[in-house]
Design a protein around this ligand. Sequence first.
Ligand code: SF4
Length: 429
Amino acid sequence: MEVHTDVVCPFCGCLCDDIEVAVEGGVIKDIKNGCAISRSKFLNNHLNKVQSPIVDGVEVSYQEAIDVAAQILEKSKRPVIYGLSKTDNEAIRVAINLTEVVGGVLDNTTSVCHGASIIALQHVGSPTMTLGEVKNRADLIIFWGSNPLEAHPRHAARYSVFPKGLFTPDGRKGRHVVVVDVRETRSAKMADKFIQIDPDADFDVFQILRALLRGVNIKKDEVGGVKVEVLRSLVEMMKTAKVGCIFYGLGLNHGSSRHLNIVALYSFVEELNRYTKFAVSPMRGCYNVNGANNVATWQTGYPFALDMSRGYPRYNPGEYTMVDLLAREEVDSALVLGSDPCSSLPVNAAKNLARIPVITLERKVTPTTMISKVVIPVATSGVESEGTAYRMDGVPLRMSKVVEPLENARSDSKVLEDIIKAIEIRRGV
Ligand code: SF4
């Protein structure tokens, strides 16, 4: 039995880097330190695998699948490359290169999750801190529209609520925890204070908090279903914290105020920094969706929703985003990796995806592989191949390879490089 230590868990944006993985005969037999989700991901890695490259439902050789993929992309007038949140930075870099080679559109799953957060960040900036700083310094933690005990199971234990840090030696006892949400979640039960707000009232509540911070006299008794007195004491708690952080969830992105919700939140927290050190952090879901944004930004200047059809990057969420491209039936082929859009996109977008030739790089059989013309098996990044990923706070971590992939499976970046090579050969480059 070989034991790998300090393995990074490639599931959620926490990227816990203390996992121990025991391997015997090339199969993962046990893991330590991971949560139930992590355990399931590692222990079931070998199940339900794509066994071989497939074209039109027929098993083919790897090179045949690459050649058909290259032919589809090269012949397309408007190909889209989509996904990228469950793969490594190395593959994301090559995917951007491929988009440039074929003059296509590139979008990552940010456009259906924290896209509004990114747009808000571009408008007003964002006060941030790393999860290490939170653990070592923060004495006030607020979860706003996020339920870490169920979505990011070790966040509270490792980084935010319970751990003892350099300047937080009392751990949980030395921290005040507030949960603000539209319903009483499991996370609300671990909080010192739970504030229930009306659905879609976040924008109003942030504006009132900002007004209270400025000492404005609020004439109403209640805003967004919350007594103004409760909001006044929350502001006092925030002003007098030594260090605080708000972790917020997807609900803020999907309210009717969209990115203006987040602009209001970031602007409020920015003003709070006149009194104390306070940060705000989105709870990123997929383990490397932050990498998809970071790598796209280094390479092109933009984090998602990119059009390369003119030979240089253009950025326009709402126009070059996957759901919009599919709704307008604008794209005529798609290459998908690090995502399962048929499970996550709106049903009409998924139906339109099924109407065009789709090339999918996948390790497991998914609804998207079932509608794909070409399926190419890949190694599970962070389990069967090495790579780098960005944690939700922007810290890059190196993921390990702990077992060999299936004989037919290569890393995402190798498959993408081979598709580029095949396109170049077709063009006589
Ligand atoms: S919290 Fe997330 S990263 Fe950490 S072990 Fe669980 S699934 Fe993996």
